[in-house]
Ligand binder design. Structure first.
Ligand code: HEC
Ligand code: HEC
Length: 410
C-alpha cells in the first residue's frame, strides 16, 4: 500500500506549489476578479513585492521574536490562523477578533472588521504595536532592523533608493502592502461556471445554492456581484446580530462610556482588540454613529470554506451554522430576541433543510484551486512543507492601465 499513497502526496505538494506560483506570477486578473486597485503613489515592482514578503514573515518585528504577520495570516492556512476562534499574538495572548484572510483583501475599501484603517499601507503599522499581537512599544525596533540588517539595507536601497534614517515606516508599510496586493485569488469552480461558461465546473446542488443566494436567501444584497466579477462584499457595514447580542443589556451605559474614554485619548486599535465589549461596538467605535453599533464589514465569501471559524468574533464554527444564523433572522438560537440595532436586511428566511445545504455547497464552490489543494494536503499529515516565499519572486501583478485606479480612500 505504500507506493500509491506516496505518489498521491507528491502530486498534492506539486499542485500547491504550482498554485502559489500562479498566484504571484501571472494573476493580473484571475477569472472572477477585477484588476487589483493600486494607489498611484505606491506602484508594484517585483523587488518591492519580494521585500514586502520578507517583512511580512519577519518575526523580529515582535517583542518576543516569535510573531510575524504570517503567524496569524499563515500562507499554509489560506492566510488565516484557522481554526483559532480569535488570534494569538505574543506570549499566546488572545485578542477579541478572528483573523480575516489577506487573500483578496486588497479589494476592500476600508480595513479591519470595523473599517478603522483607511488603506492597506496604514493597516500594516498597527499589529506591530498592538499589545496582543506583535507587542512592540513603538516602531523603533523595526526601523533599527531595516536600517542595519545588510540584506534589508540593500533591498531598501534598490527599491526606494533610501538608506539609514531616510528609511521610515512609510517605506516598510508600502512594501508590505505591495506584497499583500499580490495575494489575490479567483478562478474557483463557481467562477469557471458563472464567468467562464463551463457548465461542468460545478454540480446542480451548487447551481441551486446560487439561486437561493440570489433570491430567497437575500445574501447577494450585501455579498454583492457585478457583471464581470464578484467580490461578494458591498464594502459596507451591517449589524447582522453576531456578538453584539452578548452585550445588548449594557450598551446604554457602555457606549457613552467608551466615547468619553475615546475623547480622553483611548487608542481605538488597542481598545477593540483587548476589550471584548469595545470590540462588539463594531463600526460605532470608529464613526460614533449610533446606528452602527454592532455593525461590521461585509466579508468576502471567496475561500470561506477554508477559513473557519466565521464572523468577526469567530463565534460560528461551520458554514451551516452561519446559514442557520441568517435563517433565524440574526440570532444563533431560534427564539432569542434580536438586538436593537439589527440591519433591516436581516429577517427570518424560512429556508428548508435542502436549501440550507445547497447554499453551503454554493459557498464551498468559491474556493480557489490552490487553497482547495492546500486543504487536501493539510488533511494529509505527511504532506510536504510548502515554501510560500515563491510568491515573492513574482512579477508585478498590476498592468500599467491599472495604476491610479486606486489611490487614497478609494
Ligand atoms: C496576532 C495575530 C495577528 C498578527 C500578528 C497580524 N494580524 Fe492582521 N489581523 C489579525 C486580526 C485578528 C485582524 C482583524 C482585526 C480587526 O478587524 O479588528 C487582522 C486584520 C488584518 C487585515 C485586514 C483585513 C480586512 O479584511 O480588513 C490585514 C490586511 C492584515 N491583518 C494584515 C496584517 C499584517 C500586514 C500584519 C503584520 C504587520 C498582521 N496583519 C499581523 C490578526 C493578526
Ligand atoms: C445585511 C447584509 C448581509 C446579508 C443580507 C448577508 N450577509 Fe453575510 N455578512 C454580512 C456581514 C456584515 C458579515 C460580517 C459580520 C460579522 O462579522 O459580525 C457577514 C459575514 C458572513 C460570513 C462569514 C465570513 C467570514 O469570513 O467570517 C458568511 C459565510 C456569510 N456572511 C454568508 C452569508 C449568506 C449565506 C447570506 C444569505 C443567507 C448572507 N451572508 C447575508 C452581511 C450580510
Amino acid at each position: 500500500m505504500g507506493p500509491p499513497i506516496h505518489t498521491v502526496r507528491v502530486a498534492t505538494c506539486a499542485s500547491i506549489l504550482s498554485g502559489l506560483f500562479a498566484m504571484g506570477a501571472a494573476l493580473a486578473q484571475p477569472l472572477g476578479l477585477p484588476p487589483v486597485p493600486v494607489p498611484a503613489n505606491n506602484p508594484q515592482t517585483p523587488e518591492k513585492i519580494a521585500l514586502g514578503d520578507k517583512l511580512f514573515n519577519d518575526k523580529r518585528f515582535s517583542s518576543t521574536g516569535e510573531v510575524s504577520c504570517a503567524t496569524c495570516h499563515d500562507p499554509k492556512k489560506a492566510f488565516t490562523d484557522s481554526p483559532l476562534v480569535t488570534s494569538e499574538g505574543i506570549n499566546k495572548l488572545t485578542g477579541t477578533r478572528n483573523a480575516p484572510t489577506v487573500i483578496n483583501s486588497a479589494y476592500y475599501k476600508l480595513f479591519f472588521w470595523d473599517g478603522r484603517s483607511l488603506d492597506m499601507e496604514d493597516q500594516a503599522q498597527h499589529p506591530i504595536v498592538n499589545p496582543v499581537e506583535m507587542g512592540l512599544v513603538n516602531h523603533d525596533p523595526v526601523l533599527k532592523i531595516v536600517r542595519t540588517d545588510p540584506d534589508y539595507v540593500a533591498r531598501f536601497k534598490k527599491v526606494f533608493d533610501k538608506e539609514g534614517e531616510q528609511i521610515t515606516m512609510k517605506e516598510v508599510q508600502q512594501a508590505i502592502a505591495s506584497f499583500e496586493r499580490t495575494i489575490v485569488s479567483g478562478d474557483s469552480p463557481f467562477d469557471r461556471w458563472y464567468y467562464g461558461g463551463d457548465e461542468k465546473a460545478v454540480n446542480d446542488q451548487v447551481k441551486r445554492g446560487f439561486n437561493v443566494f440570489l433570491t430567497k436567501g437575500r445574501c447577494v444584497s450585501c455579498h454583492t456581484m457585478e457583471q464581470d466579477y464578484a467580490l461578494f462584499t458591498d464594502n459596507r457595514f451591517h449589524n447582522i446580530g453576531v456578538g453584539v447580542n452578548r452585550i445588548q443589556q449594557e450598551i446604554p451605559q457602555f457606549a457613552p462610556a467608551f466615547l468619553t474614554a475615546k475623547s480622553a485619548g483611548t487608542d481605538v486599535d488597542k481598545a477593540v482588540l483587548t476589550n471584548p465589549k469595545v470590540s462588539e461596538l463594531g463600526r460605532f467605535a470608529v464613526t460614533e454613529t449610533l446606528d452602527e453599533i454592532g455593525a461590521f464589514k461585509t466579508s468576502t465569501l471567496r475561500n470561506v470554506a477554508v477559513t473557519a471559524p466565521f464572523m468577526h468574533d469567530g463565534s460560528l464554527k461551520t458554514l451551516r451554522d452561519v446559514v442557520e444564523h441568517y435563517n433565524n433572522g440574526g440570532v444563533t438560537k431560534k427564539d432569542d430576541p434580536v438586538n436593537d440595532f439589527l440591519s433591516g436586511g436581516i429577517r427570518p428566511l424560512n429556508l428548508t433543510d435542502d436549501e440550507i445545504s445547497d447554499l453551503v455547497a454554493f459557498m464551498e464552490s468559491l474556493t480557489s484551486p490552490q487553497f482547495a489543494a492546500q486543504k487536501a494536503a493539510a488533511a494529509n499529515p505527511a504532506s510536504c512543507n510548502v515554501k510560500t516565499t515563491t510568491v515573492a519572486n513574482a512579477s508585478p501583478v498590476t498592468p500599467a492601465s491599472n495604476s491610479g485606479s486606486g489611490g487614497e480612500g478609494m
